[in-house]
Ligand binder design. Structure first.
Ligand code: KG4
Ligand code: ZN
Length: 337
């Protein structure tokens, strides 16, 4: 056996993720996406999400265990997202995981969702080791984290208003592109000119912080004026220009941190890291500076159970005991605090 066998459960937002990993090798990882349920509302509705997790968690856990080819008794520990996230959805996964671990007589590890994202590249790459600078960008969070050692995180900066994914989602909704907005803008920008419209890049004077609310206002104002003047630009140009404005800022701030700390390992996580232009630009900058870039495949960038299990694997190998009672969910959990 190549390490502890851990069942990981993630329900902090709108994806029910369940995975079985052995050491850092993924034996199964299944996802119940709620995108279609929330699409008609244009965003995640917490109550709807919690109910969908309740329906999905048992069959998905069964599926993950079956696909892993194991018996529940083989599991060494259960890991579950404790926070941050939406309280209702978190409570569903947490209560289920607690009961499941109790019934099996196995330890339970409560995991910070963001620490899960920080760890996810380890499931894909060798050589992703601290010290590292990691960019985390999703629908709920945008942060630049200095991973000094596993378990020792300094959040260097983050968004002061909307998260990057939220900006994509809101702008896509305004443009009538549907939900979630990030993938829609990513697709729509194909063939578009990223320099067609110069949307603002905010907070140039703050090296690690982001702000996306000004971009939103600027896009809305620009499109309303263009519509009134009867001079609407090609939609792909608008999408490409919006995407470039968001990507520019994320890339700049990430490499500001790389320069300031001198670290040579860059990682990434969160749904926005699935963005093709962002991945391309991060790759170009990393090559230019000769630093290693560790952005896993999109399925490991978005929320999933394997990343949660991977944090527990590390703790088990470090000899940290799981607790039978580890407190409650914490929707406001913050890395490095
Ligand atoms: O990490 P995630 O699956 O869930 C959380 O928010 O925790 O991230 C979802 C976010 C959404 O805002 C979505 O629009 C964005 O990630 N996203 C993308 C892309 N794929 C997902 N943003 C830009 N480009 C993409 N290809
Ligand atoms: Zn996430």
């Amino acid at each position: 056996m190549s390490g502890p066998l851990v069942l990981g459960i993630e329900t902090s937002c709108d994806e029910t993720g369940v995975a079985v990993i052995e050491g850092l090798s993924t034996r199964s990882s299944v996802l119940g996406s709620q995108v279609d349920l929330h699409a008609r509302f244009g965003g995640v509705v917490p109550e709807v999400a919690a109910r969908a997790h309740i329906e999905a968690i048992r069959p998905l856990t069964h599926q993950a265990i079956t696909e892993a080819g194991i018996h529940p008794d083989d599991i060494d520990a259960v890991a579950v997202t404790q926070g941050p996230g939406l309280i209702g959805p978190l409570m569903v996964g947490y209560s289920f995981a607690k009961s499941f671990a109790y019934a099996l007589g196995k330890p339970l590890y409560g995991v910070d969702h963001m620490e899960g994202h920080l760890n996810a590249p380890r499931l894909s790459f060798d050589g992703y080791e601290p010290p590292a600078i990691v960019i985390l960008a999703s629908g709920g969070h945008s942060q630049i984290v200095h991973v000094k050692a596993w378990g020792d995180y300094e959040v260097l900066g983050g968004t002061i208003d909307d998260a990057a994914g939220e900006a994509f989602d809101k702008l896509a909704r305004f443009m009538g592109l549907g939900f979630p907005g990030g993938p829609a803008i990513d697709r729509d920008s194909e063939g578009g000119d990223p320099s067609a419209i110069q949307f603002p890049r905010a907070l140039r004077n703050r090296p690690y912080d982001f702000s996306f609310s000004g971009l939103k206002t600027s896009v809305v104002t620009y499109l309303e004026k263009a519509r009134d003047a009867g001079e609407l630009p090609a939609r792909s140009d608008v999408s490409a220009s919006i995407q470039e404005a968001i990507v520019d800022v994320l890339v700049d701030k990430t490499f500001n941190a790389v320069e300031a700390t001198g670290v040579e390992v860059v990682g990434g996580g969160g749904g926005v890291l699935s963005n093709r232009r962002l991945r391309e630009r991060l790759g170009e900058e990393a090559d230019k500076r000769g630093v290693g870039l560790f952005i896993p495949e999109p399925a490991l960038c978005t929320d999933n159970g394997a990343m949660i299990a991977s944090v527990a694997v590390r703790r088990i190998l470090d000899g940290v005991p799981g607790d039978e009672i580890i407190g409650d969910v914490d929707p406001g959990l913050r890395l490095g605090v």
